[in-house]
Design a protein around this ligand. Structure first.
Ligand code: AMP
Ligand code: GLY
Length: 422
């Protein structure tokens, strides 16, 4: 089988390495891929948002199965375009990807179908938004409606900050039209859990839970990033909570999307907060998380391609989705300065990995035969072990052996999870 994976980060590298385990796979194309992915797939210089070029490439190369991984092409209708050419795909169509593409849509969906989430109001007029926020208890959460590279959520601790946040989104339009509408919502507290789930619109098969570390610096300080590291499973997510989430969140969400005529097929990401009043949805993503995927897929014992094809065919109920009982940790090695400005172009040297270890490359390119840094998050070192303690230690041992100038990583990935287990 010839497979095409749209995207080019650490998540896509993890997906490609898992797909390669299936013996029927003869070739994998990554669009655009990156300098590290090039060791595992044929990288093609087509951007993940260029739907026309992606479609033309898939047709010309007789692709048998496509995986669309990032949010942008999903929201733009990449799956719709490929399916129109008769190419089976893993990923939601645009009318279902809206669950991530519009926070106003997802909040209204949860309200309509009684799915637990923070209480909120939607505004498209800045004066009404400012007037409403004056009476809300602090802190207040302000969210841009549309995609904003994961940066569209502002948490304001004073009235002044709320007004500034609303002005920057709605007047200065720092995220463009994403901020034309905003959601103002209640601030929730509690441990956060990421749950990625396979669904074919009929059944939901949650994957092993995980914990992201979104802030740039140790002890959750510094700016929000795309994610500086992950562990799986998440110790806060007990069997009891998992059962409750299935009943009150996962199944109701799938049913709600069906009732709206927007059947979701693919990987649905539930960003949950375990509040004193029960689990609530912080956000939905219409795709695999990054860097959650880098710890979840190494724990998958079943065959990823078989599952993805079953999702596309609507036969997930008959398909095995099993995870190992071990634990995994991913430490992201970034360019120092990220998520602000940083320098790139430094050669990367990677250590040898053992069988239960992986290095997933995100921000690297090939230059004159050498792999050099090209992005903020450069790569993730991943280790799978029987216990989380051992997985964390092994992922850090690997991160220490990666070499490139300006390397920066958080030193406390997994610390909170390990403390919670004591
Ligand atoms: P999101 O981009 O929606 O994942 O939001 C980024 C981060 O902002 C989340 O991971 C939470 O830590 C935080 N956040 C978002 N919404 C809320 C909320 N209602 N209450 C508290 N924290 C929130
Ligand atoms: N790691 C968070 C996300 O993928 O959105």
């Amino acid at each position: 089988m010839k497979i095409m994976v749209v995207g080019g980060g650490g998540r896509e590298h993890a997906i490609i390495k898992a797909l390669k385990k299936n013996p029927t796979v003869t070739e994998i194309f990554a669009l655009p891929g990156n300098g590290g992915i090039a060791a595992d797939a044929t990288c093609v210089d087509i951007g993940a948002k260029d739907i026309d070029a992606i479609s033309a490439f898939a047709k010309e190369n007789a692709i048998d199965f496509a995986v669309v991984a990032p949010d942008d092409p999903l929201v733009l209708g990449c799956v719709d375009a490929l399916e129109a050419l008769g190419i089976p795909c893993f990923g939601p169509r645009a009318n279902a990807a809206i669950i991530e593409g519009s926070k106003v849509f997802s909040k209204n969906l949860m309200k309509k179908y009684g799915i637990p989430t923070a209480s909120y109001e939607v505004f498209d007029d800045i004066h009404a938004a400012i007037a409403y926020a004056q009476d809300c208890p602090l802190p207040i959460v302000v969210k841009a409606d549309g995609l904003a590279l994961g940066k569209g959520v502002l948490i304001a601790n004073s009235r002044h900050e709320v007004n500034e946040a609303l002005r920057s989104l709605m007047e200065e339009k720092i995220f463009g039209t994403s901020g034309s509408s905003v959601v103002i919502e209640e601030f929730l507290t509690g441990p956060e859990v990421s749950v990625l789930a396979f669904t074919d619109g009929k059944v939901v098969r949650p994957m092993v839970s995980s914990m992201d570390h979104k802030r740039a610096r140790d002890n959750d300080e510094g700016l929000n990033t795309g994610g500086m590291g992950t562990v799986a499973p998440n110790p806060y997510y007990t069997k009891e909570i998992a059962d409750l989430c299935m009943e009150t969140i996962f199944l109701p969400t799938i049913q709600a999307m069906n009732a709206e005529g927007r059947t979701f097929k693919g990987c649905l990401y539930f960003g949950l907060m375990l509040t004193p009043n029960g689990p609530k949805v912080i956000e939905y993503n219409c795709r695999f998380g990054d860097p959650e995927t880098q710890v979840v897929l190494p724990l998958l014992e079943s065959d990823l391609l078989t599952i993805m094809r079953a999702v596309a065919d609507g036969t997930l109920a008959d398909t095995d989705v099993t995870f190992s009982s071990g634990a995994a940790c991913c430490v992201v090695c970034a360019s120092d300065g990220y998520p602000g400005s940083y320098k790139t172009g430094y050669p990367i040297t990677l250590p040898k990995t053992a069988e239960n270890e992986e290095i997933y490359v995100a921000g690297a390119k090939c230059k004159d035969g050498t792999v050099v840094t090209s992005g903020g998050r450069v790569l993730g070192t991943v280790a799978v072990r029987e216990t989380l303690r051992d997985a964390v230690d092994a992922a850090y041992a690997l991160a220490d052996k990666v070499s490139f100038e300006n390397k920066y990583y958080r030193s406390d990935i997994g610390k909170r999870a390990l403390a919670a287990m004591e």
